[in-house]
Design a protein around this ligand. Structure first.
Ligand code: SF4
Ligand code: SF4
Length: 122
């Protein structure tokens, strides 16, 4: 009988849940098998460090999933809509984490290293 790895390799794009190689991580994480047969572990957005963020919007432009949103921070540190209220500075926030596909494009373009990502434990 074919193993899960062999079966996934013959079905391009098939998504499988499998245990990581125990030498890499003792925790089982959600892993995708690419059309090439290679395995990829998405790393989903967890948080953005608002102390580091300068509100440049680079991450917003590369996220095609609508996960991120630019907001204002008022003098008390509270989030406000950037186009409706007074604010001290702009910061990026995680608005729709459920839509993240774990591509890490946002993290790649952020020069301030604001992002924390994590694999999905299954
Ligand atoms: S990891 Fe990808 S999908 Fe998720 S927030 Fe970043 S750019 Fe968007
Ligand atoms: S790229 Fe980084 S610094 Fe720029 S808005 Fe996004 S999180 Fe903030």
């Amino acid at each position: 009988m074919a193993t899960e790895r062999e079966t996934a390799g013959k079905r391009p794009g098939a998504m499988v849940r499998k245990r990581n190689d125990e030498r890499k991580s003792p925790v089982p994480t959600f892993t995708v098998t690419l059309p090439s047969g290679a395995e990829w572990t998405p790393s989903f957005i967890e948080s953005i460090d608002q102390e580091k963020c300068i509100g440049c919007g680079r991450c917003y432009k590369v996220c095609l999933r609508g996960v991120l949103q630019l907001r204002g921070l008022d003098e008390d540190g509270a989030l406000v809509d950037e186009d409706e209220e007074e604010y001290e500075r702009k910061v990026m926030v995680v608005d729709a984490p459920q839509d993240c596909i774990g591509c890490r494009a946002c993290s790649t373009v952020c020069t301030r290293r604001c992002f924390t990502h994590t694999p999905l434990v299954v």
